[in-house]
Design a protein around this ligand. Structure first.
Ligand SMILES: NC(=O)c1ccc[n+]([C@@H]2O[C@H](COP(=O)([O-])OP(=O)(O)OC[C@H]3O[C@@H](n4cnc5c(N)ncnc54)[C@H](O)[C@@H]3O)[C@@H](O)[C@H]2O)c1
Length: 265
């Protein structure tokens, strides 16, 4: 595991799912954490407990990444308490059930772009002034839908391709300040975003009441490796690597963590 001792990491979408595990792994590697989420306070409290239980400090704040003012005040309070920011993980994201592009609702389109794209831009705006000029790192969580398109997902796919462009521009702007910017693209991850009945029905349209095992079979057939999804820790490990000194000359790039999904012939 890379050494992130003495660093401070901002993580959005930190209350559950992969965001919780990013906080845990960053803390395992020695970082203190500023944990931001708009979800249930009890879930965010669970993340705080997990970080503190690993011997690290945690500043948490309830904030929606669509609300720049509230994000800025949580980050500023956290940076003041913990002593700046070294690492940013722009993880908060949503996946709203899809439809053919021309049938997507205006609400699904707008909400997805607001959270998944504008929310990442806000995260950058709220953190860059605090970010270390001595090896700072921004990691944006994309998706394999940021690498290729899939049917009935234009809203999500457009948002995840867009953050790649955002990251590329940022890498050019922040490189001279010794701040690196990279994107991690997970394939299916075994979180609530995938493990839910609506997703099972979408994956198994020919089965009346599909189970998780039915969905897992479909997903496994799409990957090179014989697994249905990666675990949150696999994504978090990539984030920790990219945020560390071990990746000191890696910027403007994309790391895919997808069990081979996007390479399957
Ligand atoms: N689960 C997957 O299969 C998968 C695959 C590829 C990429 N991703 C990406 O990984 C990231 C995390 O996904 P996950 O699977 O952990 O999802 P999740 O739904 O389990 O957790 C998402 C977290 O983000 C928070 N969040 C949502 N909207 C927010 C907002 N507007 N402001 C602040 N916080 C907000 C939620 O409250 C939740 O705690 C997302 O960017 C997602 O697009 C997930």
């Amino acid at each position: 595991m890379p050494d992130l001792g003495g660093k401070v990491a901002v993580v959005t979408g930190a209350a559950r799912g992969t965001g919780r595990v990013h906080c845990e792994r960053l803390a395992d590697a020695g970082a203190d954490v500023i944990a931001v989420d708009t979800g249930a306070a009890s879930e965010l409290a669970g993340t705080v407990e997990a970080v503190i239980g690993r011997g690290r400090r945690c500043h948490s704040g309830h904030s929606d990444v669509r609300d720049l003012d509230s994000l800025q005040s949580v980050v500023t309070a956290g940076a003041t308490e913990l002593g700046g920011v070294d690492i940013v993980v722009a993880n908060a994201g949503i996946h709203i059930a899809g439809a053919p592009t021309w049938e997507l609702s205006a609400r699904a389109w707008a909400d997805t772009l607001d959270v998944n794209l504008t929310g990442v831009w806000h995260t950058v705006k709220a953190t860059v002034a605090h970010l270390s000029r001595n090896g700072g790192s921004i990691v944006i969580i994309g998706s394999t839908n940021g690498v290729r398109g899939t049917a009935n997902s234009a809203h999500y796919t457009a948002s995840k391709h867009a953050v790649v462009g955002l990251a590329r521009s940022l890498a050019n702007e922040l490189g001279p300040f010794n701040i690196r910017v990279n994107v991690v693209h997970p394939g299916a991850v075994g979180t609530a975003m995938v493990r839910n009945e609506a997703t099972y029905r979408r994956l198994c349209p020919d089965i009346e009441n599909p189970t998780e095992a039915d969905a897992a079979r479909v997903l496994t057939a799409r990957n090179l490796l014989p697994v249905p999804w990666v675990d949150p820790v696999d994504v978090a490990n990539a984030v920790c690597f990219l945020s560390s000194e071990e990746a000191r000359y890696i910027t403007g790039t994309q790391l895919v963590v997808d069990a081979g999904l996007t390479q399957k012939a």
